[in-house]
Design a protein around this ligand. Structure first.
Ligand SMILES: [Zn+2]
Ligand SMILES: [Zn+2]
Length: 227
């Protein structure tokens, strides 16, 4: 039982959504990898393959993958990029503002006593405001810096994949390289709270929420001190 009436269960979708959302929570940091499968068929899109490539590839089950989209380049969101890209041949999309993190993935892993294989260079640079189309799937790219400099979110029909910008009742940490609290709060207000209130937000950790729920109850967003 949860007192949160706005919450949706993983896999549920709002009216008009054009794809099924597969959620895999992976690795020691329990990050969410999303596998989007268009309802009408066609190639899949993978967001943030952070770890446990075998589980992600099992979910893909040999289907074509049109793209690997990265919300940002922290280790826990990119640890399986190499294996998933190699197995699927899908191009990797990253905002250039996070390239310095992406290129340091192996060192960052070592600092945590972990190992990752260096991911391949990104194939495409994401740009604020651009629209990405893969078959029936379409995403608006919004730049939401503050957790990391090149963090983006992917907005599609009735839902947005928001990485580590905003969580159910919290926001992303801002004490990592390139992070900034004031920047993050301003960007969340401008790019996320401006989305339709019923839109489902799928974060990089923990369960989904909605724009309305966070606008009304998130302690970092209701006080309004920074923006
Ligand atoms: Zn992060
Ligand atoms: Zn994360």
């Amino acid at each position: 039982m949860t007192p949160d009436t706005d919450a949706v269960v993983p896999g549920a979708s709002g009216a008009g959504t054009a794809c099924d959302v597969g959620i895999l929570t992976v690795g020691p940091f329990q990050s969410n990898c999303y596998v989007l499968r268009p309802s009408g068929g066609g190639p899949l899109v993978v967001i943030d393959p952070g770890d446990e490539a075998d589980r992600i590839l099992a979910k893909i089950a040999g289907d074509d993958v049109a793209a690997i989209l990265l919300t940002h380049a922290h280790l826990d969101h990119i640890g399986a990029v190499k294996a998933v890209a190699a197995a699927t041949g899908a191009p990797v999309y990253l905002h250039p503002g996070d390239r310095f993190l992406y290129d340091a993935a192996v060192e960052h892993a070592r600092a945590f006593g972990l190992r990752v294989e260096a991911p391949p260079a990104p194939d495409r640079e994401l740009t604020e405001g651009e629209t990405l189309r893969f078959g029936d799937l379409e995403f608006e790219v919004r730049h939401v810096p503050g957790h990391s400099p090149g963090h983006v979110i992917f907005v599609t029909d009735g839902m947005a994949f928001v990485g580590d910008c905003v969580f159910h009742g919290s926001i992303g940490r801002t004490d990592l390289p390139g992070g900034d609290m004031r920047t993050l709060l301003a960007a969340i207000r401008k790019e996320i709270l401006s989305l339709p209130p019923d839109m489902v937000l799928y974060p990089g950790h923990m369960g989904p929420t909605t724009v309305r729920h966070e606008a009304q109850t998130n302690p970092f967003l209701v006080q309004g001190g920074y923006a």
